[in-house]
Design a protein around this ligand. Structure first.
Ligand code: ADP
Ligand code: MG
Length: 244
């Protein structure tokens, strides 16, 4: 199963991708988390810490500067530009480069192309995409199975999500799951469900324990596994697994 997590910046894509990855790995799958963001910070939410996340960012920068050797295959890419996160999740940073070498697996293929071309076999792949809809304009049918569209209760994020949902439908990009995040009350829930309709919208509450984990640079899954928001995202993981 290949999942792409998309939505406007700041809605909670990285948090969602990390909790989904950790939950699916705990429940027995081989999980690869792909950080596709040009500001890669999925590592922090997965629990590898600031230093290791910085190291991975530095490696991508060195690649662009020409001081890091290229990885000639997918396996070496995930080896060199990746890290073992807690719970058995393998993280790899695959964000687009400023100076790609055409055809090179570690820099010449966009994250969207990687998802389409790499044979992931039995692995569950969770891609934390760049904010906005650009990535969906580049994504081709068959690259992923499920698009988790994260939306916060704001007019702007709903607008981005509406356009994203249209693209997913038009291009037949996969099964669409709308995740309303940072929901504080019934009014927030109503705003999101009015735009996308029940019962397809899963809601994740606004939860200070998520924000607190982020302030400390640690994984919500590790420090607040029983937080309402973590449990809600974990419930979505269960649904996705059951219907995969
Ligand atoms: N359910 C939630 N409750 C409270 N804060 C949240 C929640 N989800 C995300 N956040 C906070 O919102 C900010 C953006 O989250 P992040 O996952 O990095 O979003 P994105 O990857 O979409 O930019 C972070 O500070 C995070 O702690
Ligand atoms: Mg993010």
């Amino acid at each position: 199963m290949k999942l792409a997590v998309v939505g406007k910046g700041g809605v909670g894509k990285t948090t969602t991708a990390a909790v989904l990855a950790r939950t699916l790995a705990r429940d027995g799958g081989t999980v690869v988390a792909l950080d596709c963001d040009t500001n890669p910070n999925l590592g922090i939410s997965l629990g590898i810490g600031d230093d290791e996340t910085e190291r991975l960012i530095g490696l991508r920068q060195s690649l662009d500067d020409g001081t890091q050797e290229h990885a000639p295959s997918w396996d070496s890419l995930i080896d060199v530009f990746g890290s073992d996160a807690p719970g058995g999740v393998r993280l790899a940073v695959v964000s687009a480069m400023d100076k790609p070498e055409p055809g090179c697996p570690c820099c010449g293929l966009s994250p969207e192309q990687l998802l389409r071309t790499v044979a992931f076999d039995e692995q569950t792949v969770i891609a934390d995409f760049e904010a906005g809809i650009g990535t969906l304009t580049r994504l081709e049918a068959g690259a992923v199975d499920v698009i988790v569209l994260v939306v916060a209760p704001t007019a702007k994020s709903i607008e981005v999500a509406r356009r994203a949902a249209e693209l997913v439908a038009e291009k037949q990009l996969g099964r669409l799951v709308v995740l309303g995040n940072q929901v504080r009350d019934d009014a927030d829930r109503a705003l999101i469900t009015a735009a996308f309709g029940e019962p397809d919208v899963a809601c994740v509450p606004h939860d200070e324990r998520i924000a607190d984990a982020d302030r400390r640079g640690v994984a919500p899954f590790d420090v607040a596994p029983d937080a309402d928001a973590v449990l809600a995202i974990a419930a979505l993981a269960g649904t996705l697994r059951a219907t995969a």
